[in-house]
Design a protein around this ligand. Structure first.
Ligand SMILES: [Zn+2]
Ligand SMILES: [Zn+2]
Length: 227
């Protein structure tokens, strides 16, 4: 599958069917700078950059990388992309220590039989809801713990649509990740109230109507027995 534009100036540039089977989905927002949401598992940085170029966008403008949580399939490419383009790495403060320590369990690097080297974080998100404004576009980072303590979901309103980036909402919820079902219950409830039109998900792709988004979240709420 090739990278493509989901709505105007929002693209999918990586993921299991686009760059590498080990990658979580990688999304790109084209504002006056480029904002990357997650970065793949680390083996596909060249492919992600190739895809950005193929969309006629300039990777030199990759100034911000928002990391939805601390797992390798989402963070693996971030250090190399920062090295090349001077991007700032942003993650919630509760998910920063696994990156800073290169923790093989909490980053899930051991699952992927790789190493994530200790990596400094440039910006730690630290409130239930944090708003960034880039090129006049408001981007809201919601703290949605559950899968990991510092998981975030990101949303923005554009072209009359609310677009939600909710990676790994499906879990898994595992003790070794510090997952928490009560947190996850509250977080997914909060996400339902957003009434998003489009869900850009971490491994299964993109859900394109309010109903599909709601059904997707509800199916996991039933699966985890909170509905
Ligand atoms: Zn994942
Ligand atoms: Zn994960």
């Amino acid at each position: 599958m090739k990278p493509y534009e989901i709505v105007k100036n929002i693209f999918i540039v990586g993921g299991p069917e686009i760059t590498d089977s080990r990658d979580g989905c990688v999304y790109l927002i084209n504002l006056e700078e480029l904002v990357l949401i997650d970065s793949g598992a680390g083996w596909s940085v060249d492919k992600i950059i190739h895809n950005i170029n193929s969309l006629k966008l300039d990777p030199q403008k990759l100034k911000t990388i928002l990391l939805t949580h601390c797992h390798i399939d989402h963070i693996g490419g971030a250090p190399e992309i920062r090295k090349r383009y001077g991007s700032r790495l942003c993650i919630h403060k509760l998910d920063a220590p696994p990156l800073e320590n290169g923790d093989p369990i909490l980053t899930a690097a051991n699952w992927y039989q790789t190493t994530f080297y200790p990596t400094e974080v440039d910006m730690k998100l630290n409130s239930p809801e944090e708003m960034m404004e880039i090129g006049g576009q408001k981007i809201i980072c919601l703290h949605t713990p559950g899968h990991t303590p510092g998981s975030i979901s990101i949303y923005l309103d554009k072209e009359g649509k609310r677009i939600l980036f909710g990676q790994d909402l499906h879990g898994p919820l595992l003790e070794e990740f510090g997952s928490n079902l009560d947190d996850w219950d509250r977080s997914t409830k909060k996400l339902l109230t957003l009434n998003a039109d489009i869900l850009c998900e971490g491994h299964f792709g993109i859900y394109k109507t309010k109903k599909e988004v709601k059904d997707y979240i509800m199916s996991y709420r039933r699966q985890y027995g909170v509905e």
